[in-house]
Design a protein around this ligand. Sequence first.
Ligand SMILES: Nc1ccn([C@@H]2O[C@H](COP(=O)(O)OP(=O)(O)OP(=O)(O)O)[C@@H](O)[C@H]2O)c(=O)n1
Ligand SMILES: C[C@](O)(CO)[C@H](O)COP(=O)(O)O
Length: 270
Amino acid sequence: MREWGAATCTCPTRVGEQTREADTCAVIVAGGVGLRFGDPRGKQYVALCGMPLMCWSLLAFDRAPSIGHIVIVCSDERRGEVRDAVLPAVSLRHQVTLAPAGATRQDSVYSGLQAVPAEYEMVAIHDAARPLVTTEDVEACIAALRNDPSLGGAICAARTTDTLKLVEDQTIVATPDRSYYWNALTPQVFKTATIRAAHRAARWDAYQGTDDASLIERRGGRVLCVETSRANIKVTVPEDYVIAQALMERRLMSEGCGLDDVVPQGGDAE
Ligand SMILES: Nc1ccn([C@@H]2O[C@H](COP(=O)(O)OP(=O)(O)OP(=O)(O)O)[C@@H](O)[C@H]2O)c(=O)n1
Ligand SMILES: C[C@](O)(CO)[C@H](O)COP(=O)(O)O
């Protein structure tokens, strides 16, 4: 893996100026230890194309016209690193609040939700470990929820392309019709009040879901899958890093934008 160094390549495309009131707060969860990744620095802090990996998703959200504030959830031990290394590597327009991580992803999201300023009607919850999210993905998901009041949430998702097997004791039990199966990605967007209530209910019931949509589903809410870029992978194991780096390099080469947009400055961290 490359060491952290000066940024040699840069940023996602700007998606126009802010044309509407920003009604959504981003909650970026970066509180995991990355056991499966195995690097003691933590996968969200290793360099990807010249910046800590989590910087790429911060930029994508910062440039989304619907986003007005960013909450970053990180462990107390890494708070200093976020302030001194992550935020200075990007030039964020929006104010940033840091919230303490919890023991599980769900606990970290719960913590992040407590830090969302009162004026934000919607939240977009995102894994810091998904650096390839685009501003277009973020906006598509927010627009889907905004445009359909009957929805309990809208999530970025991609259709499954492999043949799926239901397996017990390493033996195939069934081959389900894969047209019904999609991979859940992030961001996952919800009304702030709705997802806060769903998280409170899950804690009360001691329910642990692997994503936030499942907390809405279990209460009967309808969550829409918004088909977005399948390049938005989660860096989970070391092989994912290699893929993420190749995809990011390809994106940066095709966009060909300059370094001036990512000069060290940092947002105001509260
Ligand atoms: N207690 C936790 C656990 C996870 N996450 C975040 O949730 C996202 C998705 O989690 P995952 O890929 O499982 O990350 P880790 O928990 O770090 O990985 P592992 O399970 O391999 O330890 C990551 O951005 C991770 O930092 C978090 O904020 N707090
Ligand atoms: C939220 C998520 O990224 C959607 O795919 C995923 O469920 C997180 O799961 P993990 O096992 O905690 O990585």
